[in-house]
Design a binder for this molecule. Structure first.
Ligand code: GLV
Length: 359
């Protein structure tokens, strides 16, 4: 059933005063309901975003009412038929098949994510569909989590709590559970954007000696904010004591972190990835960790997600794996849902989105 907020209010009025409604009025409500743009929301998104859609009075929407399981593909292909706009999350592949299933009414796709590797941009462009996404509002949360993951990995916190809980804690020992510290270190950032800058700003007070970065080209405006030096990829690998991956997943960055990169890193280095699992060749990472080519890895993202519990990376003590939670704070997830809802409404009105992609 599709109800806009306004239509619902009218219906409630009808429900309490049924005899007072004329046939014309009933027809008016029905017409009003049927002319509002139809929106499909692929997940039970946080309340702030839902409220914006509900109270806009501009759309009628239906949602996949679960946060625990994604909408099955078959159901999604059915539900999108004839919709005017789609609000999705990163688990839904928005490709030619889905866009064909939606049909020519689809004008807007708004994703509640900063990453957009789940969207076939070429297909969206071909069809003239506008695309919204949610950068900026998650920068603080992602940077915070990246720092937490970096410290957890470098100071071996998961191993330490495990030892404390399971009887491994004997006497105080001189080299037991030693890790690597940020003071006097070189931190490398692969892909310098807003998030990379925010990570560096948070790490600087730990007395980092030097920030270096690699990107497709130097980014002097951003680099200046954190006093970071542009270096080629080889140098990034060689010099970094901590290497944080912050680049988007594109055909160019797919598995850019591979044997070649790991083989140039120091065996005391820590590798951190909070961007997308696809930028890493996981077999190569496993080998690098297993053989001691690098000291440790902290991953918030993997391929696939969820990573099967039988995956070899889970057997390594020097690999900390989180279930893709970098932006998971209540404030940020609500802000992301609000931005996604507002992008969608603006897109439907033909106005500039707050954060839209130029295709
Ligand atoms: O990974 C999370 C996002 O892209 O927002």
């Amino acid at each position: 059933m599709w109800f806009s907020r306004m239509a619902l209010r009218r219906l409630q009025r009808i429900a309490v005063t049924p005899l007072k409604l004329s046939g014309d009025q009933v027809g008016k409500v029905q017409r009003e309901m049927s002319t509002l743009p139809r929106v499909y929301v692929t997940r039970q998104i946080p309340p702030d975003g839902l409220k914006i859609l509900k109270e806009s009075g501009q759309v009628q929407f239906e949602l996949w009412d679960s946060d625990d399981v994604p909408v099955p593909r078959k159901e999604l292909l059915q539900k999108v038929k004839g919709v005017d706009a789609l609000l999705c999350v990163l688990t839904e592949k928005i490709d030619a098949e889905l866009l064909d299933a939606a049909g020519p009414n689809l004008k807007v796709v708004s994703t509640m994510s900063v990453g957009f590797d789940h969207l076939s941009l070429d297909e969206l462009k071909k069809r003239g569909i506008r695309v919204g996404y949610t950068p900026d509002v998650l920068t603080d949360a992602v940077a915070e989590l990246t720092v937490a993951l970096l410290l957890t990995t470098s100071r071996r916190l998961i191993e330490a709590t495990h030892e404390a809980k399971t009887g491994g804690w004997g006497t105080w020992r001189t080299l037991w559970l030693c890790g690597y510290e940020l003071a006097n270190s070189t931190v490398g950032i692969l892909g310098l954007g807003r998030i990379g800058v925010a990570i560096a700003e948070r790490l600087a007070p730990f007395k980092v000696k030097k920030f270096i970065y690699t990107d497709v080209a130097p980014r002097p405006e951003l680099a200046k904010l954190i006093n970071a030096e542009f270096v080629p990829m080889d140098e990034l690998a060689k010099q970094s004591d901590f290497l944080a991956v912050c680049c988007a997943l594109t055909p160019e960055t797919k598995e850019i972190c591979n044997k070649d990169l790991f083989s140039k890193m120091k065996n005391t280095s820590i590798f951190i990835n909070t961007s997308r699992g696809g930028v890493v060749n996981q077999e190569d990472l496993y080998e690098a960790l297993k053989t001691g080519q690098i000291a440790g890895a902290g991953l918030d993202v993997t391929v696939p997600e969820p990573l099967p519990t039988s995956h070899p990376l889970f057997t390594l003590k020097n690999c900390v794996i989180l279930p893709h939670i970098a932006s998971a704070s209540y404030t940020t997830r609500n802000a992301m849902s609000s931005l996604a809802a507002n992008n969608l409404l603006l897109g439907l009105q033909g106005k500039p989105m707050i954060k839209g992609l130029t295709l």
